[in-house]
Write a protein that binds this ligand. Sequence first.
Ligand code: HEC
Length: 183
Amino acid sequence: MSEHHGKPPATVSQFIVATLGGLFAPALVIYLIVKLVVGIHDGHPKDSDQASAQAAVLERIKPVGEVSLKDTSGPQTGKSGEQVVNEICIACHGTGALGAPKIGDSVGWGPRISQGYDTLVKHALQGLRSMPPRGGSPDLSDDEIAGAVAYMANKAGANFKAPQPKTEAASKAKEAPAKDAKK
Ligand code: HEC
């Protein structure tokens, strides 16, 4: 009787496939879930990692803006004209690259100097043909540029007076860290 069902009996291989599928599919799902949870857990800093965890938290909660100690309100107390020239402007003005008037070359500087200090400073700030604005160093303050212009022009015979840095503020800025250290 049982031999006369409509469908032929399942073969052994069909049985195995069905069993494997039924058993392993859920097992795979469980395995993936466990892996996911373990993965999330691993993402949390471990106790042994406290220092780096703390650093990470500080990094996350640190204020967006940072206070720069550079005082942009009054005359700058930054680099002297000589420093700026030796670090930046000398790249072109030392060799005459791109047609830059050479430092100390009174022939090259003469006609430029006769334009007046303010015009020279303006050109140094804004750029002039191959001369890049601020000598290509946007970090330099107006006064640092003006100081550098005076330094270079004076080397070529001008007698410009660079804006005086606030010496009081400068010495205060230097004292501050020392006071803290004494505490
Ligand atoms: C990338 C090269 C380069 C650097 C760096 C550079 N200069 Fe120049 N500078 C030039 C060139 C070129 C000229 C001549 C521009 C012209 O007249 O066509 C020039 C001209 C000038 C002049 C004369 C402007 C005028 O009115 O005739 C001043 C002032 C000057 N530079 C200041 C500076 C200062 C200050 C720095 C440093 C902060 C500096 N330059 C750095 C290339 C440079």
